[in-house]
Design a protein around this ligand. Structure first.
Ligand code: ADP
Length: 960
């Protein structure tokens, strides 16, 4: 869920409220803010700080800052709620509670800022505004009677309509934050509906009562919600950490903070002095009014005394008095009547034509009687709304004793006019109270003489307390704060109070504050716009530089450097340009070097891979750094030797005898332990049967330090085999030659000693046979040696196989007969002549047939069959003799090899015959193999290619 919108909006709202509290505090005089009023200045600072903190939190995701500012902002919003609730403004109270709680709980809901990047996530502000609206709607619907008329007067007839609209749209908006509507049209309609409902509500409640915070709340948040679908993409792309945003905000703070402080101080001082002046003025007005009334009263008192004195002096008769009194009417226009009364209060004479009456018991009469002097009283005119004063002066007898009273009745037109004048001049109230705190006269003639008890009103109470004859005070009543001046009317029981609403008294100062606030707002907006332009101008070249840096990073050689008039940026761009070209040059140089290096490496690798030796390079860390193809082929499980592999376990895995492995492992250990590593040895790998010779040398760097170990592997399987074969051969030959030679020596010694010519003949014959075998053996060895080295001279000629086979059988006939074998030949007539060396081919047939005779217990069956097969002639010599064991079959054609089963039947033998046969057959381009089952017999088959056949044999010696 996105939190930034809330941070921006609630931050601005709180800051705005804070600024208003500081600069235009008179907007918070309504009783909804009663709780804040005593410390409005500090609340203003708190709102400003909380709002600023939220804005900062929107820019920097510091955990503790977010936590504190959200808590603070939530609290200050919550503080507003009870005031509104107490005044029956339930809608606002509900909204502040929802917004305050929501703001305070945000750090708990959205602990991670990353969650904001989720495209489908809702907006927390929209959620809270939606919830607030829905709850407001519910409150309006549920308790319409509780809603104060002051706020809802205008919409009272439509309350259910507003309630329903707020509830439905608000709920839809809140739900929409969790399940965003799929169609943009529905989304826009939803936001517009909530926004316009809130705006309409604002217009008809807050604007109607001039409630500024209400206008800011409903108007601001309503407009914001209505615009959210349009603002959404912008908000998503705002990079709060960008220089542009931060600079703009810094500029706003830099402009706003001192301005707010300065304006607050100046306007406050202005207001204080204006209040002081207004208080002084109020006091002066009250004093002047009291003086005026006092003078007015004393004037009439004096008049009464003067007239009484005149009557007393000459002791006028009733008729004279009547004449005098009648003549006075024109001189005193305010006077209602002049009348004289005797000591019983009965009328003596009157200046008007009113009927005579008695005033005995009236205050003016009784007071004069009591004091034996002048008296004063007031009363309400018979009409009821005019104050009348009565002034009494004593009438005296010639002995100066009290004889009655002259009463002058005055209608207080002058006082009434005066009160009205002052009241309308100061746009306040002016009134007169008596000593008991009863309203005697009022600018509003309807109240005059009402004798309403106003002693509870603070200025009247102050007046009655009697400490000062006059004074001034500031107090608040249901109409807000008031300034009141009061003064006693000297020589009377009356007091004058002049009241004025503070707002009126300070209207000038408040206008100044409003103007200052408007200018401040304009300046902040200007600072924001200017700041964002200035920041843009500053950031643009930097952004361009960043873009170019990215291009350089992507190896783009053409870099366009941004132009800027700012010296530092210019410097930076130039330095960057130089850096870029150096980097480009260096990159190219490095690429060239890298290319050369790669080429060299490829060359070395191809050399390494083409040698028949394996190379392994092991680094100081005991890991294989490099290995050539041949090494992985030679060593078992090639993957274990890949570059990067650990050398020691790979060594441990080779299947060789432990001492051989240990030698290699020891060399590696000396490398790891920093001793000079070197060594060599053989590895006889058991699986492959290969013998590898390794030679390890330490690799040194230029300073002579060991950097690793180079191991060369050489496949010495063949060398080792050859040397083994050589020693085998020597022991064989010595053995094979010694036996017949020792036999011949012994036979010759016997022959020399015998006297019997028959015996002598036999000895010599035996010696000759042994000698023959010796010669045959040597011939075989010679042939083998020549065939192996390719030095055997071959004479090729067309060969009649039938004749050749005949001659072999002829030679072997006696032996076959002696053994009692049956022998048959077939297919001679079916095969064409072949081109071969007759001697060698005869030797092949001879060898194979004599083996069949030798290894077949008598009497056996031997079959020789010849046939033509795919461009070659195939011989098959089959017997039913001892056969060849399965495991011996693959090795039958090796030099000196004899199967284990022959020893009990034929001890004489060299194991050279079949080897020689194979060499000859292969020399002709043919093939030889054996099929056999032990105990049942064997077939030896070989082929010789026909001339013109596929595998035509060419004689290297003859060149044809
Ligand atoms: P030699 O006969 O002197 O031992 P050869 O090279 O002629 O040497 O034969 C090699 C081995 O092949 C013999 O020792 C024998 O084990 C086996 N062999 C050859 N021919 C036969 C056969 N016809 N039947 C059984 N084993 C045979």
């Amino acid at each position: 869920m996105r939190v930034t919108t809330l941070q921006w909006a609630v931050g601005m709202f709180s800051a705005l409220l804070g600024a208003m509290m500081l600069i235009v505090p008179h907007r918070f005089e309504a009783s909804t803010y009663a709780a804040l009023q005593p410390h409005l200045l500090w609340w203003g600072v708190a709102f400003l700080l909380a709002g600023g903190g939220l804005l900062a939190a929107a820019l920097s995701p510091l955990g503790w800052l977010v936590l504190c500012t959200h808590l603070a902002a939530g609290m200050v919003l919550l503080v507003l709620a009870p005031g509104f609730a107490s005044q029956g403004a339930w809608a606002r109270a509900t909204n502040y509670v929802v917004l305050g709680l929501g703001t305070a709980c945000v750090p708990l809901i959205a602990r991670r800022r990353e969650t904001e990047t989720v495209e489908s996530g809702g907006d927390l502000l929209a959620l809270l505004v939606g919830l607030g609206a829905a709850l407001t709607g519910l409150v309006i619907m549920a308790m319409p009677g509780q809603l104060s008329g002051r706020f809802y007067g205008l919409i009272r007839p439509h309350l259910p309509l507003y309630g329903g609209a707020l509830m439905v749209t608000g709920l839809a908006l809140a739900v929409g934050q969790f399940r965003p509507p799929s169609s943009p049209i529905i989304k826009w309609t939803l936001y517009l509906a909530v926004g316009s409902t809130l705006l309409a509500f604002a217009g008809n409640t807050a604007v109607a009562v001039g409630d500024w915070t209400g206008i800011a709340y409903y108007g601001g948040f309503g407009a914001l919600v209505a615009m959210t679908p349009w603002l959404d993409p912008v908000l998503r792309h705002i990079n709060s950490s960008s220089l542009r945003i931060r600079l703009a905000l810094a500029l706003i703070v830099a402009v706003a903070a001192p301005l707010i402080a300065a304006v607050t101080i100046v306007t406050d001082r202005d207001e204080q002095s204006a209040t002081g002046q207004a208080l002084t003025l109020q006091k002066t007005i009250a004093g002047t009014l009291a003086d005026d009334i006092s003078r007015y009263l004393s004037f009439h008192q004096a008049a009464a005394s003067g007239i009484a004195k005149a009557i007393n002096q000459v002791q006028m008769t009733a008729a004279q008095q009547a004449t005098l009194l009648r003549s006075l009417g024109e001189e005193y226009p305010n006077v209602l009547s002049f009348a004289t009364y005797d000591d019983h209060g009965h009328t003596i004479a009157r200046g008007d034509s009113s009927p005579r009456e008695s005033i005995g018991g009236s205050p003016v009469f009784e007071e004069s009687l009591r004091n034996d002097g002048p008296s004063q009283a007031f009363q309400v005119s018979p009409g009821g709304n005019r104050l009348q004063f009565e002034f009494g002066a004593p009438l005296r007898r010639p002995d100066n004793s009290w004889a009655g009273v002259l009463v002058v009745s005055v209608e207080s037109v002058r006082v009434a006019t005066e009160l009205q004048r002052v009241g309308s001049l100061t746009r306040g109230k002016a009134y007169v109270v008596d000593i008991e705190g009863r309203l005697v006269a009022h600018q509003d003639s309807a109240l005059t003489g009402s004798f309403q008890d106003v002693s509870g009103s603070p200025p009247v109470a102050a007046l009655l307390s009697g400490q000062n004859a006059d004074g001034v005070l500031r107090y608040a009543n249901h109409n807000g704060p008031q300034l009141a001046g009061f003064a006693r009317v000297a020589g009377t029981v009356l007091g004058v109070v002049v009241e004025r609403p503070l707002a009126v008294a300070l209207a000038g100062a408040h206008t100044g504050r409003e103007i200052a606030f408007t200018i401040l707002l304009l300046m902040i907006v200007g600072a924001a716009v200017g700041g964002s332009f200035a920041a843009g101008a500053l950031a643009r070249p930097l952004e361009a530089l960043a873009r170019e840096a990215k291009r350089v990073g992507e190896d783009d050689a053409t870099v366009a450097l941004p132009e800027s008039s700012i010296a530092e940026v210019k410097d930076l761009a130039r330095t960057f340009g130089e850096m870029g070209s150096r980097l480009t040059a260096r990159t190219q140089e490095r690429e060239r070097a890298y290319g050369a290096l790669r080429e060299r490496e490829a060359r070395i690798r191809s050399i390494m891979d083409s040698t028949s030796d394996g190379f392994i390079f092991v680094g100081r860390d005991g890991r294989v750094k490099s290995v050539n193809q041949r090494a992985t082929e030679l060593l078992p499980s090639g993957a274990a030797w890949a570059a990067g592999a650990d050398f020691a376990p790979a060594v441990a895995d080779i299947d060789v005898r432990p001492p051989e492995r240990e030698a290699l492992a020891a060399t590696l250990r000396s490398l790891l332990e920093d001793r000079d590593p070197a060594g060599k040895g053989d590895l006889e790998v058991r699986g492959s049967g290969r013998v590898l010779h390794w030679d390890a040398q330490s690799a040194k760097d230029e300073s002579g330090g060991t950097v690793g170990l180079t191991i060369t592997l050489h496949d010495v399987t063949e060398e080792r085999e050859v040397s083994r074969m050589k020693s085998d051969f020597v022991s064989f030959v010595t053995h094979q030659l010694r036996t017949p030679l020792a036999g011949i020596k012994w036979l010759l010694e016997l022959a020399a000693e015998t006297q019997d010519p028959g015996e002598l003949q036999a000895y010599i014959q035996d010696a000759r046979d042994a000698n023959e075998r010796l010669v045959n053996l040597v011939n075989d060895l010679l042939d083998i040696s020549r065939l192996e080295s390719g030095r055997l001279a071959v004479s090729l000629q067309e060969l009649n196989l039938g004749a050749m086979t005949e001659s072999v059988l002829e030679e072997l006939g006696p032996l076959i007969k002696e053994k009692g074998h049956r022998f048959s030949v077939s297919g001679v007539e079916r095969v064409p002549p072949v081109v071969a060396d007759p001697q060698l081919l005869r030797q092949v047939v001879m060898n194979l047939v004599s083996n069949a005779i030798k290894y077949t217990p008598q009497p056996g069956e031997i079959v020789l069959e010849m046939r033509r097969e795919n461009g070659s002639v195939q011989w098959a010599i089959q017997d039913n003799g001892i056969g060849v064991p399965k495991d011996a079959q693959p090795r039958l054609f090796e030099k000196f090899y004899r199967a284990d089963n022959v020893h009990k039947i034929e001890t004489e033998g060299t194991g050279l015959g079949l080897y020689l046969v194979r060499l000859i057959v292969e020399r002709f381009g043919g093939r030889i193999w054996c099929e056999s089952e032990e105990g049942k017999g064997s077939i030896f088959l070989f082929t010789v290619p026909l001339p013109g056949g596929k595998d035509t044999w060419t004689n290297p010696a003859s060149g044809s």
